[in-house]
Design a protein around this ligand. Structure first.
Ligand SMILES: Cc1ncc(COP(=O)(O)O)c(C=O)c1O
Length: 371
């Protein structure tokens, strides 16, 4: 060993912040997904052909420039009937959550979360100095409204509610959300409407009316642009100005910015995709009922189902049959439960065939193993 290598082997290396050291690693299973992807609640077909056209016309020269976000923010704001200063585009809702938490959470603060819910709230909160306070839903996985209200404290700084929620698919009502905002005026109420298009209900019209309400939207789900990383926060100017200080001016790249206007314009494509998913969801739910698999009512493009003790084997067998699904057993209150994204009717017929086959193999195995 050279003297230099010897020294570096024994050197003290810089350590990250205490909270970062305590963070759990999060590795979503993103490899080998060239089959039917019913695991990440993505669009299972494609984005609008109008977006493809624009992508194809992007010149090499235009890529030499830093992306300019403001003009596209103005287009999105107009689409949502908001002022441009009320809207910030982000690198997916994940960046929106990260930036929001960095902007508002400090030592002594609490992030209030109904659980189970979207994993990244807890991941990003755990990197801050704030404490995470969770309110566990009951067995019906409905929004735990009353208990959430009771958990609001003077220290509550952000309340994050995915509406509809993942992995349950349940939704809070508009009046529940508005009451929470009123009952916690000292906290930011983040309503994450990632699955808005499948639900059809929103509180985005209350942005700027309710002083502590911030709404998030993504282009990863119904719009089919998960790979471009595009999301937004909409909130009152008084809150958005702080968020903009933390947000990178360049985090939304120029390809994503170019694709956003045609994605918004092509309402026919969006309506087709959402309509297809809603019909497929109804058919899929009926198929689950037929084979007596317990399911939770869903307002989104996925359904949570009860598989029980064989959840790992179920997920593995489904994957072997070319259908990826997501085991949510490690989510609070979700042991033995698996989330299945809804695609088109044709895709879901393939999923039902794989499901029936998998269930019969599991039943056979259970009989073989029975004493
Ligand atoms: C509730 C919720 N919010 C946000 C996201 C992530 O959105 P994005 O792809 O825009 O980061 C997801 C993705 O699964 C989600 O379920």
């Amino acid at each position: 060993m050279t003297e230099l290598a010897d020294k570096s082997a024994t050197a003290i290396i810089p350590s990250p912040r205490r909270h970062v050291q305590a963070m759990k690693e999060y590795h979503p299973p993103l490899g080998n997904r060239d089959v039917l992807r019913l695991d990440f609640n993505e669009n299972t077909v494609a984005c609008s052909p109008k977006v493809r056209e624009v992508l194809g016309r992007i010149s090499a020269g235009s890529l030499t420039r830093y992306p300019e976000r403001a003009p596209v923010e103005a287009i999105v704001a107009a689409h949502l009937s908001l002022a441009p200063e009320q809207v910030a585009l982000t690198n997916g809702v994940d960046e929106a959550i990260h930036v929001l938490f960095e902007t508002f959470l400090e030592e002594g603060d609490e992030l209030l979360l109904p659980v189970p819910t979207y994993t990244m709230y807890e991941v990003y909160a755990s990197a801050t100095d704030a404490r995470v306070v969770t309110v566990l839903a009951g067995d019906d996985l409905r929004f735990p409204f009353k208990r959430l209200l009771a958990a609001i404290s003077p220290r509550t700084k952000i309340i994050a509610i995915a509406n509809p929620n993942s992995p349950s698919g349940s939704a809070a009502t508009r009046s529940q959300l508005l009451e929470i905002a009123v009952r916690a005026p000292h906290a930011v109420l983040l309503v994450d409407e990632a699955y808005f298009h499948f639900h059809g209900e929103t509180v985005i019209d209350q942005v700027g009316v309710i002083p502590n309400l911030i709404v998030a939207r993504t282009f990863s789900k119904a719009y089919g642009l998960a790979g471009l990383r595009l999301g937004l926060l909409a909130g009152p100017v008084e809150l958005m100005r702080w968020i903009r200080r933390v947000l990178s001016p360049y985090s939304v790249n120029s390809l994503a910015l170019a694709c956003l206007p045609p994605a918004l314009e092509d309402t026919a494509y969006l309506d087709w995709y959402v309509g297809e998913v809603l019909e497929a969801r109804a058919e899929f739910e009926a198929a689950l009922d037929e084979v007596c698999v317990r399911r939770w009512p869903s307002r989104a493009n996925f359904v949570l189902v009860e598989i029980g003790a064989q959840h790992k084997e179920f997920t593995r067998l489904m994957s072997g049959a070319g259908v990826l699904v997501r085991d949510r057993s490690t989510d609070p209150g979700c042991h033995g439960r698996v989330r299945i994204t809804i695609g088109t009717r044709e895709q879901m017929r393939q999923a039902v065939a794989a499901l029936n086959e998998t269930l019969s193999v599991l039943k056979m195995q259970a009989h073989q193993h029975a004493p």
